[in-house]
Ligand binder design. Sequence first.
Ligand SMILES: [Fe+2]
Length: 289
Amino acid sequence: MDRRAFPHLGVGVGLRRPHYVHVLDARPAMDWFEVIAENFMVEGGRPLEVLEGVRANYPIVLHGVSLSLGSTDPLNRAYLRQLAQLARRFAPAWISDHLCWTGVGGHNLHDLLPLPYTDDTVAHVVRRIRDAQDILGRHILIENVSSYLAYSHSTLTESEFLAAVAEAADCGILLDINNIFVSAFNRRFDARRYIDEIPVERVVQFHLAGHSDHGAYLLDTHDHPIRPEVWQLYEYAVRCFGPVATLIERDDNIPEFAELQAEAAEARRRGASVTAAGHARAAAGSGYK
Ligand SMILES: [Fe+2]
């Protein structure tokens, strides 16, 4: 995988139902949209009409939430074939899903659950990512999830695990900056050190989102504006990885579109000021545009 093969899309937002009409009719300024793939894996009707309309005016990326790459259930090949069909129709810049499991024994737990970080898990997930990439006919991106616990038998750190999986599977990384911040607080690790351990040449996209502060722990709720500490970590990530396509995620308490445009503008402003000042790790000839 060569990250220079992926376009640098700029800063986008997640396409959410309350904004469908505004995006279709007013065509507001936005670099790109991330689309939850499962919402559009239907036979026809309104959802696909909406996506046709959006795609006519903006680049899109397909973001899946149910591939369950870490599960021990068989890989869902029917789902992957359906996803491949959606991708053929809408030509997303890339497809992503999560480095997690979402169920087992045929039961869907409807959550993105963390994995134990061991060599066995690396081998297991790598096989499944390679199979998924074969069916989709492209490199995918895998995203780090937020977590509230760690497994006592883990032998790798999460960042070592993510790096090892991406290298061995030859896939890209969607680095969720808010998830790193949330997990680092909850599990008491160093968020910047995590970022330092991620291979620059694999990082194709960032996620930014807001979380809820419950005092003893942080909850990854995507229902708030991005918090100042997460903006600071974003600036650190841009220093490390250079300019990377960035996506603002908001899933609940969804504001007017203009508020998300303002957050996207803030990401552009902060990214540009960091890039203008130069960035260390990514400067060594990545050529990523
Ligand atoms: Fe995310």
